[in-house]
Design a binder for this molecule. Structure first.
Ligand code: FES
Length: 156
């Protein structure tokens, strides 16, 4: 599943940590960046690579929201609905996105372009309401700004 170069990267990652278990998150990022999500087969692969129990890998993947155990859209819109964003109207953010794309939180558009999820604080409370699109933060959102972001993604 990994190329020789990726195997070397895994070894390099592993060398930065005192135990194999401690390296699992970085290796999972490597896997998810390549495949888009981490299937159970992928978890088994990472477990074998690091020689750790698959239950440990499964626990990490299912605990952290940044890992996906099923396919998601090309653009993953993660809308923060924690306190600061909620007070700054994250409900309108979700409503605008859902109305525009025709999907509810947790769903993916039929063409596989967009997935929308509700997430806990992304650490950008000062620019609430906000969301991330893949790894990029979009902040101080308004309905107009959201539609512009979606237009730009569709045109990309
Ligand atoms: S509450 Fe939304 S980024 Fe912190």
């Amino acid at each position: 599943m990994f190329t020789e170069e990726e195997h070397r990267k895994v070894q390099e990652i592993r060398s930065h940590y005192p135990t194999a278990q401690a390296a699992v998150m970085s290796v999972l990022h490597l896997y998810q960046d390549k495949y888009g999500y981490i299937s159970f087969e992928g978890m088994q692969y990472v477990a074998e690579l690091l020689e750790i129990p698959v239950e440990h890998v499964l626990g990490v993947v299912t605990f952290y929201e940044m890992y996906h155990d099923h396919p998601i859209g090309k653009f993953h819109l993660q809308v923060c609905t924690n306190v600061s964003c909620l007070l700054r109207d994250s409900d309108t953010v979700l409503e605008t996105i859902s109305k525009r794309l025709g999907i509810a939180p947790g769903e993916t558009t039929d063409d596989g372009t967009f997935t929308v999820t509700e997430v806990e604080c992304l650490g950008s409370c000062g620019t609430a309401p906000m969301m991330s699109v893949n790894k990029e933060y979009k902040e101080n959102l308004t309905p107009e700004k959201i539609n512009e972001i979606i237009d730009a993604l569709l045109a990309s």
